[in-house]
Every structure is written in C-alpha cells, then in structure tokens.
Unconditional design. Structure first.
Length: 418
C-alpha cells in the first residue's frame, strides 16, 4: 500500500464568516479533512503491541482446536445416570500434547488431564475427586450431564472468524488472542511519525541554567511522552528561537522527517507569534479560534504537504488541546480512525457557575464515587495536570453545577493515557 497523497495548503480553511468555532464543529472538520497518511508493513505478532491493524485479523485455526478437558479427571461417553456406576478403566491416559490414540466405548473411562484432547468416543469428564478406583474399575455416583467439564472445539474462536477489525490498536491481551488463533504475522500501519517543536526565546531545556525571566520547556517532554503512549514515533526537534527564519528552517526539517508536526507557542497573532505568521505567509494556515477553555487559538496549517498543529504555549492549554483535538486527528492519520473519549457520567463534588459560549475542560479526579476539580482554573497552574486523573467536560451552554449533579468525566485512560 503506497502512502496517500499529501494535503493541500487550503485543507484547513474555514467557511467564510466563521469567527468562533464550536468544539464539536472543529472535531467534525478535522475528521472530514484528514485521512490515513502512513504506509503498511507486516509485523510479527510477538512484537505487534501498540501497532494499528491495516487489515482485519482472521483466525487461522479454531480455539481450542479440538475438544479437550477443563479439569483433571476421567473421560467417558454420554454422561452418567443417577446412582452408583462402575466403569471399565482403560489403561493409559490423555495429557496435554500427548493425546490418547485409542477409542473409548460406552461403559469405559480413561484418565485425562487438564487441557488434554478428549479421546474418540468421549464427550464428558468426571472430576478426579468424585471417583475412586477399585480393582481396575472406576466407581462413581451420578448424575452427570453429558459434556460436563469438557470444552468444545472452537467454542472460543472459530477458524475463519474475524477476531479484530482494521484500525484496531493492539494491546498485550490481543497478542495472546492472535497467537492462540494460530497467527504469526499481521498487517499493520507504520507508526505515525510526529515532529515536536517548542518555540520561544524564554524557553530553556529541562535541567539547564535559567534566568529569572526564563522558563523551562514543559510542553515538549510532556507532549513527546503522550505521543509515545499512543504508539507514535516521536521526532524531537527541540526548542526553536522566536524568529521567522529559524521557524521556517525547523518546519522544513520536520516536514522531511515526519508525517505530522505539532508545535507549542506562537500559535496566536501577536508580535512574536512567528509560527502562525510563517504558516500564514506560506498560504497554508488557518487560525481556528475555537470556543474552548483552556485553549482558543489553534493554528492548523500545511507545510510541504505535511499537516501542522500549532498549540498554545501554555502547558495546561497545550495538554488539553492535545487530548481533545490532536489525539483524534493523529489517530485518523495513523490509520486507527477518528475516536472520541469514553465519557463517564458521575455526580459532581463541586459547585460552579458557567457562562454560555465556550466548552470548558476542568482538571478533575474521582474520589468516593464523585468528581472533584482542581482548586484553581488558572491555565498557569501546571501542577493541576498531575493532580488530576482526567477532565470534566462542561457544555457550550450556560450551566449551574452543584454537588450531586451528574456531570461528564473523561478519565485520562479514555485518551489512551494509563
């Protein structure tokens, strides 16, 4: 499969007259205008954790492949009627990987171990603690239904059945399922390569010496880690100074190495917002003023056919915009399709009066069955991201929240962060 064509410069253009874009509309536009941008490759099942399936996975054989015993005991045919029974005990046994070669006749029993194939003629297993052996015969008391303690061939998965659909991102437990179904290799999308750029003359890398008028780059290590959690390949482009030439050069390098570019800082329309200015000058930028808090300005553009997501520089806004807007867009580019987080509807443990006009996201966590929010809504309080376990989503309309009222909670886990 070849890589899809690159995007046009105007792919993010908004309809005429649009000034403030609702969150739901922004997400709809992203879903419409983005498509998978990565090629396909084979991958061994053992190393496929986190990869996105390019084709549906079909069971190569049934699981279990033959009828087998669920317990240690004795195999027999047709179950048992009520009352005391005496069965002829055949010599030998059936063990996992060492199936009994003969056939059982009615009135006969055979020693069998857990996971072993049922011998021909047998369909039932009696527990070993429910029997006693006397003079070469099995003494047991019924009743016991036919098929007890036995697993049917293919009762878990049938050969030829679809196990996972294309677009599914594989998890460790999925690897076990595929291996059990006889698969050694699957077709997956290549990992989406995401270039990460921080802009700002005031930024210093973590651990460097910093003046009092400088701040440490919190966004880049945070965003790089988020992207890796999503199974994407990070291309760390470092910190870029606040000048147009440096920004253009960084975008050129990033477009050569990545499938998508994500930047933080310089996404608005201020004097030093060179990222948005450079994209605008190239004819490939649309500044989406989204009716969201925190966030609002989201610079979406195309550089050399590669989509660019320009996030706000504030770490809280950058994190929230990454979860709400970048994640579904990047999953679409990566072949997993556009995805929404799974919401939990839970009682609030806080009060809030919200004005109409913007969708709001509050840092929140779940305690004693109710959702509490961080003490401050200030976007500069980056510590609230770690305090939280997810986000409360408040609607675009005005709202009065009181304790006990049902609210929408989006756990970090619903964004692929665990």
């Amino acid at each position: 499969m070849s890589r899809p064509p690159k995007l046009n410069n105007d792919c993010f253009a908004l309809p005429a007259g649009v000034h403030w874009t609702p969150v739901s509309e922004a997400l709809h536009l992203l879903e419409q205008r983005l498509q998978c941008s990565v090629a396909v490759e084979p991958c061994a099942v053992e190393t496929s954790d986190g990869r996105i399936l390019a084709q549906s996975v079909i069971a190569a054989r049934s699981h279990p492949p033959c009828p087998n015993s669920a317990v240690d005991g004795y195999a027999l045919s047709g179950g048992l009627e009520a009352g005391a029974q005496s069965l002829e005990l055949r010599p030998g046994r059936s063990a996992a990987g060492e199936a009994f070669a003969g056939q059982l006749l009615p009135g006969q029993a055979l020693r069998i171990l857990t996971g072993a194939a049922l011998p021909d003629g047998a369909d039932t297993v009696v527990l070993q603690e429910d029997v006693r052996i006397k003079e070469g015969r099995l003494q047991v008391t019924g009743p016991l239904r036919a098929g007890a303690n036995a697993r049917a061939a293919g009762e878990d998965m049938q050969q030829g059945a679809e196990i996972f659909q294309a677009g599914h991102q594989l998890r460790p437990e999925d690897l076990g399922v595929m291996a059990a179904a006889g698969l050694g290799e699957v077709s997956v999308f290549k990992p989406l390569k995401v270039a990460v750029i921080s802009t700002g003359a005031e930024l210093r890398a973590p651990g460097q010496a910093a003046r009092v008028d400088q701040i440490f780059d919190a966004n880049r290590p945070m965003l790089c880690s988020v992207l890796r959690r999503w199974g994407m390949q990070v291309v760390d482009m470092g910190i870029v100074p606040d000048d147009a030439a440096s920004v253009r050069a960084a975008l050129d390098r990033a477009a050569e190495r990545a499938d998508v570019i994500i930047t933080s800082g310089g996404a608005s329309a201020g004097d030093e917002d060179h990222m948005s200015a450079v994209l605008r000058a190239s004819g490939g930028m649309a500044l989406w003023r989204i009716a969201v808090k925190p966030g609002r300005p989201l610079a979406l553009g195309v550089w050399g056919g590669v989509p660019v997501f320009g996030l706000p520089g504030n770490p809280v806004a950058a994190f929230v915009c990454t979860l709400i807007f970048a994640r579904p867009a990047f999953l679409q580019l990566a072949g997993a399709g556009f995805q929404s987080p799974q919401a939990l509807h839970l009682p609030a443990a806080f009060s809030k009066s919200k004005k109409a006009g913007r969708r709001e996201y509050l840092r929140a966590r779940l305690r004693d069955g109710a959702v509490e929010v961080f003490a401050s809504e200030g976007s500069g309080r980056v510590s609230g991201l770690s305090w939280a376990e997810g986000l409360v989503e408040l609607p675009d309309a005005a709202a009065e929240i009181s304790p006990g009222q049902t609210i929408c909670f989006l756990p970090y886990a619903s964004f692929g962060l665990t």
